[in-house]
Ligand binder design. Structure first.
Ligand SMILES: [Mg+2]
Length: 395
């Protein structure tokens, strides 16, 4: 789910191998038998979904509370006591890099599993998503060197070094914000206007256009800088605006994946349940706690999924099916995009002055203020863990 957001965590070497650098030494030698809950404690009936940027890290810097939170989540032998999934929209780095980043931030050796790219995007799309012919923007640029004209220094010195593609591109997949926006905006628009053949002369504009799948709708995200940075949602906004201006029609998505889409939370829930089963924890997972810093992405997504769980339970009860978790509670932290209500105050002032509602969500998600209200607001991820433990009567 990362972009395909959503990384399950496992311990190094499988669930038996969480390594607590401070206490256990390598390979969890003091961690006791695999798959057993700590002596004397009941199996957890809840799990955590942690956002990464603005919750556990800020750019390359760890959030101090993250290490404390994970010390709390691990037992005296360094084993996680509760199932945990990292749910991030950042799908543009390798799983190994994400594991390194999180291991450093949390003081634990973690490996990352899930749908995030294990290999660069084109290979990832091939290996994980099952596509056979993948063309990256860079390959497209080489095959059609006259398309990318903004940067004079990148214009071709001579033509004909790379042959044009021998097939029409059937669809467009957007993983995360690109490095050179002008190049991607131009070439993706060319592909859509030409029905997958950007070397051709422009005929009638095809509509509906080729199918587009997009991951990660975050307008903004929080790195080391004091102000939020542009996310992939901002790139999508540009692409949608350009397409509409040029063609007079709406850009349409075949699917939008990543937070706040329910499909992303559904997959995270599957990973949580899988972890509990691997550990031999028999109690069904009843409650999920989703911790994030971005009201539009993390809170809206968790609340939307909570609504889905409520209606699913109703229909499951009617059909006599096995029940999914009862709830997904949203916990907003103040270490990232959101800061102690400042954001909402600024938005309210702007709304009063302009009469326009400030909504950072994607165009295709409804502006429902109730979905932006977190179940709880706490200072940081450590407070979030403590809050959930208290609610679960878990120490
Ligand atoms: Mg975040």
């Amino acid at each position: 789910v990362g972009g395909l957001a959503g990384y399950g965590v496992s311990r190094s070497g499988g669930w038996g191998g969480w390594r607590c650098a401070a206490r256990c030494g390598p390979a969890g030698r003091c961690c006791g038998p695999r798959g057993r809950p700590p002596a004397g404690s009941a199996p957890p009936a809840f799990g955590f979904l942690f956002d990464v940027d603005g919750v556990l890290v800020r750019g390359s810097q760890p959030v101090p509370a993250a290490r404390r939170a994970f010390q709390r989540l691990a037992d005296s032998g360094g084993r996680l006591r509760v199932p945990v999934v990292f749910l991030t929209n950042a799908g543009n780095c390798l799983r190994s890099a994400k594991a390194r980043e999180l291991s450093q931030a949390l003081g634990l050796q973690v490996t990352v599993t899930g749908q995030g790219s294990a290999v660069p995007a084109s290979e990832g799309a091939r290996a994980i998503l099952g596509f056979k012919h993948v063309v990256t923007i860079e390959a497209l640029r080489k095959a059609y060197p006259l398309l990318d004209m903004v940067d004079l220094s990148r214009r071709p010195k001579q033509l004909g070094s790379d042959p044009p593609l021998s097939f029409l591109m059937p669809r467009v997949i957007l993983f995360g914000e690109p490095v050179r926006w002008e190049t991607s905006l131009q070439l993706i628009t060319d592909v859509l206007l030409s029905n997958g053949n950007p070397g051709a002369e422009l005929q009638e504009v095809p509509y509906p256009h080729l199918p587009i799948l997009a991951c990660n709708m975050d307008l903004l995200w929080m790195a080391e800088a004091k102000m939020p940075r542009f996310g992939h949602g901002t790139f999508l906004l540009c692409l949608e605006s350009i397409y509409k201006k040029v063609t007079g029609r709406e850009l349409k998505y075949e699917a939008l994946i990543g937070k706040p889409s329910p499909v992303t939370y559904h997959y995270a829930q599957y990973l949580i349940q899988q972890q509990a089963e691997k550990q031999g924890w028999k109690a069904p997972i009843q409650r999920l706690y989703a911790v994030g810093d971005n009201p539009m992405s993390d809170i809206y997504g968790a609340n939307l999924y909570n609504n889905y769980l409520k209606s699913a339970r109703h229909s499951q009860a009617q059909a006599g099916l096995k029940r999914s978790p009862q709830s997904c509670e949203s916990i907003l932290v103040c270490t990232g995009v959101y800061r102690h209500g400042e954001n909402r105050e600024t938005e309210r002032r702007t709304e009063a002055q302009t009469g326009e509602t400030v909504f950072h969500g994607h165009r295709d998600f409804c502006c429902d203020p109730s979905l932006l209200e977190a179940s709880h607001i706490v200072q940081d991820v450590d407070d979030a863990v403590q809050l959930a433990f208290k609610k679960e009567n878990w120490s």
